[in-house]
Design a binder for this molecule. Sequence first.
Ligand SMILES: CC(C)(COP(=O)(O)OP(=O)(O)OC[C@H]1O[C@@H](n2cnc3c(N)ncnc32)[C@H](O)[C@@H]1OP(=O)(O)O)[C@@H](O)C(=O)NCCC(=O)NCCS
Length: 154
Amino acid sequence: MRNNPCHPSISVLDVSPDIVPEVVAIELACGLSSRGEQGLLRALDTPGFISLIATLSPQHHVGVFSGLVVLDELQIDNIAVIHQTRQSGIASLLLAHGISRARLLGATIAFLEVRSANLPAINLYRKAGFEVIGQRPAYYVNPGDDALLMSLHL
Ligand SMILES: CC(C)(COP(=O)(O)OP(=O)(O)OC[C@H]1O[C@@H](n2cnc3c(N)ncnc32)[C@H](O)[C@@H]1OP(=O)(O)O)[C@@H](O)C(=O)NCCC(=O)NCCS
């Protein structure tokens, strides 16, 4: 467990099998697609998979991050913070921890896709230094949207 000096009450922990249902619940409550509980349990055993949870207390989980390092690339899958604790730096904290972990695993570049209408997420990534490197038209459905492809050299 690591406390962050800017958020003394927030800890970022590795996801363990016992809290997988809470991770999936946060992903779904935040409108993200999710691997589901069985998929996430399998992913936890995958080399290079990073799954982090931000917690205020052992029973109070407020945000999640997941990504996969393959060779020197980090692909960021999901990042989400529950509504009640948004805009207090928790996603930035999760992203920083995820990137730091990916570096330790050998990643030198990170990629992600984000809905072009998702300004909070785009701003979050830009603030962390990500740049738009491409666009995938009509990549998302329900609702339809383009995907922006963003990357960051680590
Ligand atoms: C995107 C999301 C993860 C941001 O979480 P958060 O904890 O509120 O983000 P932070 O507090 O760390 O904010 C970091 C930066 O993001 C941007 N940002 C965050 N929320 C924003 C909002 N509502 N509007 C505009 N910019 C916003 C700002 O640039 C902010 O920096 P600032 O505080 O200096 O202005 C959160 O809104 C969320 O869970 N959304 C639903 C899930 C989702 O869309 N995930 C991304 C999938 S690609």
